[in-house]
Ligand binder design. Structure first.
Ligand code: DAH
Length: 360
C-alpha cells in the first residue's frame, strides 16, 4: 500500500505543531473519525485480494495506532499546559498577611441599652416602644401636663411643621420616654411591667446636654405596688448595672405632673483625678426622676386608678453610660469620631447577659 509513510509524516507533523485542544480534535476527526482518511483506507480493504488485504490491513492498523498514540500524547501535553497556565494565573500567596478590615464596635449607648435591658428582663420587665415623633396628647396631656402647664416650657420642645390655619396642635419630637407609659398601658392594660429605652429630644446643648439624648422609662403597675418596691428595684438595678456591691442612692422629694409623690434619685460617686467611682466619695449625680404614677395618668391610659397603682421612673442612659465607663464629655457620644468609637466601643460578639457578665 503506497503513500502510508507520507500520510504518517503529514499527521505526525500536524500533531506536533498543533497549538490547542480544539485544533487537535479536528485533526483526530480528519484522520481517525468515521469519515477520516484512515477510515476511508480501511473501507477500501474490502476490495482487495485476501493476501493483499491482510498486509495492508496490518499496516493500516499500525499507522492508526501510531497516529492515535501521538494524538493522545499531544492531548495530555496540551491539558497539562492548560492546567499549568491556570495554576499560574490563579496563584495565591498564602503567606501574605491578611488585609486589615475596618473594625466596627458597639457604641457605649447601645451597649448600655443591652445591659439595662438584660437586668430589667431578669426582673420581669418587657420592652415597650413608641414613636419619636409623638402627638402632643401622648407627650403632654395624657401625662397630666395640660396646655398652659409650665412644664411644657421647661421641656424646650421641638415642634414639627404645621400648615398655617391648621387648628390641631403640632406633633413634637418626644421630650421624654414617658409617653410610652401611656401607649403600653392603653395596649396591654394592667398589671404591667415594662421598660422603654429610646431617643428623646430637647433644645439644649452644653457639656452635659445634647439636643438628642437617651432615656429609659420604667413602669410597674399592679394592685399593691409601693415606693418601697421602686426603691428596691432601682437599688438592685444599680448594683447589677455598675457591677459593684455597694451603691448608695439618695431619694430627694421632687415634683413631676405625672407622679405623686415624686422623687429624684442621685447616686454617690467620687471623682479623683478624672476617675469616676460609684458607691464612694462625696459627690452625687442625679440619674433619674421617679414616683408613684398619678391617678390621672392611669385614667388617661384606660386603667382604673381605684383598682391599680404603681411606680414609674425615667433614667438618663447617656448619664449612666458616662458614669460606668468614665466618659467625661456627653457631646463626644454623637460626633461619630472613629478614634472615640474605637476607644470606648465594645466588641460586637459579646452580648451582655447576667450569667456571662455584663461588660466583660
Ligand atoms: N419624664 C421625666 C423627664 O424626662 C422623667 C421622669 C420622672 C419619668 C418621673 C418618670 C417619672 O416616669 O415617674 O424629665
Amino acid at each position: 500500500m503506497d503513500g502510508l509513510d507520507d500520510l504518517k509524516a503529514t499527521y505526525l507533523t500536524a500533531v506536533a505543531t498543533v497549538q490547542d485542544e480544539a485544533a487537535l480534535e479536528e485533526l483526530r476527526v480528519s484522520a481517525l473519525g468515521k469519515k477520516g482518511e484512515i477510515s476511508a483506507l480501511m473501507a477500501g480493504l474490502d476490495k482487495m485480494e485476501p493476501d493483499q488485504r491482510k498486509a495492508a490491513g496490518a499496516m493500516l492498523n499500525v499507522l492508526k495506532d501510531e497516529i492515535d498514540a501521538a494524538l493522545r500524547a499531544k492531548k495530555a501535553g496540551l491539558s497539562d499546559a492548560a492546567l499549568d497556565a491556570r495554576l499560574r494565573e490563579e496563584w495565591l500567596d498564602v503567606t501574605l498577611p491578611g488585609r486589615p478590615r475596618p473594625r466596627g464596635t458597639i457604641h457605649p449607648v447601645s451597649q448600655v441599652m443591652e445591659e439595662l435591658t438584660a437586668i430589667f428582663a431578669d426582673m420581669g420587665f418587657a420592652v415597650a416602644e413608641g414613636p419619636q415623633v409623638e402627638s402632643d396628647w401622648y407627650n403632654f396631656d395624657a401625662l397630666n401636663i395640660p396646655p398652659e402647664h409650665p412644664a411644657r416650657q421647661e421641656h424646650d420642645t421641638f415642634f414639627m411643621h404645621r400648615d398655617a390655619g391648621d387648628a390641631r396642635p403640632p406633633h413634637v419630637l418626644r421630650t421624654h420616654t414617658s409617653p410610652v407609659q401611656i401607649r403600653a398601658m392603653t395596649e396591654q392594660g394592667a398589671p404591667i411591667r415594662v421598660i422603654a429605652p429610646g431617643r428623646v429630644y430637647r433644645m439644649d446643648m452644653d457639656q452635659t446636654h445634647t439636643p438628642m439624648f437617651h432615656q429609659v422609662e420604667g413602669l410597674a403597675i399592679d394592685r399593691d405596688i409601693s415606693m418601697a418596691n421602686l426603691k428596691w428595684t432601682l437599688e438592685e438595678f444599680c448594683r447589677a448595672f455598675f457591677e459593684v456591691d455597694k451603691v448608695e442612692l439618695r431619694f430627694r422629694a421632687s415634683h413631676f405632673p405625672f407622679t405623686e409623690p415624686s422623687a429624684e434619685v442621685d447616686i454617690r460617686y467620687s471623682n479623683v483625678g478624672g476617675q469616676l467611682r460609684i458607691g464612694e466619695g462625696d459627690k452625687w449625680m442625679e440619674i433619674l426622676g421617679s414616683g408613684m404614677v398619678h391617678p390621672k395618668v392611669l385614667a388617661a391610659a384606660g386603667v382604673n386608678p381605684d383598682e391599680w397603682q404603681g411606680f414609674a421612673f425615667g433614667m438618663g442612659i447617656d448619664r449612666i453610660a458616662m458614669l460606668k465607663y468614665g466618659i467625661p464629655d456627653l457631646r463626644a457620644f454623637f460626633e461619630s469620631d472613629l478614634r472615640w468609637l474605637r476607644h470606648y466601643g465594645f466588641s460586637a460578639i459579646d452580648m451582655p447577659d447576667l450569667a456571662g457578665g455584663l461588660s466583660s
